[in-house]
Design a protein around this ligand. Sequence first.
Ligand code: HEC
Length: 252
Amino acid sequence: MRKIALLSLALLFCLAAPSAWSSEAVEPPQKDWSFDGPTGTFDRAALQRGYKVYREVCSACHAMKHLAFRNLADIGYDEGQIKAIAAEYTFVDGPNDEGDMYERPGLPSDHFKSPFANDNAAKAANGGALPPDLSLIIKARHDGPNYVYGILTGYEEPPADKALQPGQNWNKYMPGHVIAMAPPLSDDGIVYEDGSPQRIEQYAADVVEFLTWASEPSLESRKRTGVKVLIFLMVMAGVMYAIKRKIWAGAH
Ligand code: HEC
């Protein structure tokens, strides 16, 4: 009898434990991404919309130091467009022949301009929380695309028994739920010229597409190579099998 009681207790614990954990970190919803699967590719239009979202909203707080303007050629911008985009930013360069630093417009070879001079300035402007560089965020987080999409769409009112400090926000998918970033997106906040819905979910999906490309620009060629290797291995296996049959045909 006692054994059965103990066993059922253990079983109860096993069933209860996952729900206790899940109040800490909620798994984000699993979306279908164009870049998923062995033949996945990026959606060029979504990448360009996602860059617009980054540029108009996220770049006020988050740097993307690993990207240079010329990398935008990869997502469909031509040389003239890239020159024009880079020239909208001002960079400090030098020293010149007189030994002075000077300002100049950005060039395609410049890396994306960071919003703050250094991490301390970034923290000071954000109530002590550091907005992480987004160049590699998709790779740096478990289930990156779904996680970042979850964070951007997962803001909620906190449960009644949780009091938030000023500057804190409640997010369903943030580990621990408390996040210093205020909800960055709102419906109609960014104008899309291609008629895509101007909704938080669309903005979030597009910026995730863009951040995924930034984390792994060579994803498409890696997948193409993978498929070619698989085809090669399958053909090779067939050939080897045929050879084996031929060699052993007469052996009994
Ligand atoms: C007003 C400043 C601000 C803007 C605008 C902003 N963020 Fe943030 N973001 C922050 C701060 C501050 C943090 C750090 C939050 C913390 O540690 O609690 C953060 C954290 C994050 C995180 C990391 C969560 C983690 O796992 O650590 C992601 C992802 C993120 N932001 C994405 C974005 C995206 C994408 C945009 C544009 C749509 C954006 N943010 C716009 C300030 C901002």
